[in-house]
Design a protein. Structure first.
Length: 147
């Protein structure tokens, strides 16, 4: 399996944070396998990409809260409205579930997965990405730029 950074989409040059393998990633993988698009990469965030990643992740978390709240409000809104007028239609109830789930799952389109270590991550030392087998290809040695 190739290692790939989810931000720059390149192989992490040394140290990188591993991405947590969660239900959504497994679902996306399974879906891709069905249509033969699975690349089965091991996902990382390289050290240099971490600030960009954190920003994306924060944005995603905000979106998630916003859309799930929106879905819940739509679901309750429709049904409270129905009950208020004393007419309960099963069709409207099913439509409210569908709409609620539809709206709540919107953020999946811009899914940004969590990193493996959980909440304490920014302080945690990056885990060095295990090197590939040397025989696979000779590693390009880049002169390290000083910062
Ligand atoms: Zn990167």
């Amino acid at each position: 399996m190739a290692k790939i950074c989810i931000v720059c989409e390149k192989e992490p040059p040394g140290e990188a944070y591993p991405v947590a393998d969660d239900a959504i990633i497994r679902f996306i993988r399974a879906a891709k396998r069905k249509v033969n698009l699975a690349r089965n990469n091991e996902l990382y965030v390289c050290k240099d990409c971490h600030p960009a990643y954190s920003e994306r992740r924060k944005k995603f978390e905000k979106n998630l809260v916003f859309f799930i709240a929106g879905g819940v409000i739509i679901f309750f809104g429709i049904n409270v409205f129905q009950l208020f007028f004393g007419r309960f239609s099963v069709f409207a109830f099913l439509a409210s579930i569908f709409l609620g789930v539809f709206i709540g799952s919107f953020p999946i389109l811009s899914y940004v997965p969590a990193l493996r270590q959980g909440p304490g991550l920014p302080e945690a030392a990056p885990v060095p990405a295990p090197r590939r087998a040397q025989s696979e290809r000779t590693r390009r040695e880049k002169p390290r730029a000083r910062k």
